[in-house]
Design a binder for this molecule. Sequence first.
Ligand code: C2E
Ligand code: CA
Ligand code: CA
Ligand code: CA
Length: 275
Amino acid sequence: AEKSGYGRVEFFLKETEKNNYDELILYNDMHAAIERKQFEVYYQPIVDTRNKEAVKAEALIRWHHPEYGLVPPDLFVSIAEKTGFIVELGKFVLDEVLKQQKRWELFKFRQIVVSINLSLLEIETGHFVKEVVQRLEHHQVNPELIQYEITEGLAMQNEKHSAKIFYELRKLGIGVVLDDFGTGYTSFSYLKRFPASILKIDKILIDNIVMNEEDQRIVKAIIDLGHSLGMKVVVEGVETSLMVELLEGYGCDYMQGYYFSKPLPVVEFQKMLRQ
Ligand code: C2E
Ligand code: CA
Ligand code: CA
Ligand code: CA
């Protein structure tokens, strides 16, 4: 479906100069990569602040490229967004997550809500919610076991439409996370109307929180704001015990970050949960 005229090729070649990856090669290889089983979903635990138990996990895509090794998702996700391939990739991630949920259920593993990242293009296809429902039915998985994350910036690019889609997801019992919160320009009135169940505060606001009192006040204020709107608040990028202590004091509901665990392949993720 994608058109690769000269304009597009030239565009990718120009982009290439910025890094060590040849984006044109990545672009060409991407389509066959699903069939060749080069994509893998990693899981990063999201812990409940109260008892530090991993109750959720974020699904993060990884590409094992035969030539480049692990390609960073930030890079290939943005290519996939430009080419439209992200729609197919999104379906792949959802299917992998639902298959995993089913395995966990069969092996009587404890229930973990899995949070999936969403690109704007996926919900602009028009059949997004219908397809999610179909796949949940196909895999026989409880909708409450998944949630969708959309970045604040993307959600705002198409406010009305994304609000409608997320309202429909919420009705199905699927949680909705406003990701990378605090870096966009969401107005309070928009936030009040937006059907998110969870706010995820961006790592940038956390990075210097131990030293920077201003950041401390901002994060505390966002947590209070989220709570006053009936949302739960997650903080990502938690790397040290000092951060954990501070954030606990501010009353955030969930934490995610290298302090607890990096994103892991599913087998290692399961091992970690058993310990
Ligand atoms: P994101 O959704 O903001 O995901 C969080 C990123 O922060 C992940 O990077 C994660 O590995 C990293 N991270 C988590 N805790 C820490 C920490 O304590 N310290 C540091 N330095 N980093 C931490 P990752 O896996 O490289 O993913 C990058 C981005 O790629 C994601 O940002 C998301 O926007 C996108 N992405 C990843 N998987 C998917 C996917 O399946 N679909 C879509 N549409 N986008 C995805
Ligand atoms: Ca995310
Ligand atoms: Ca994020
Ligand atoms: Ca991000």
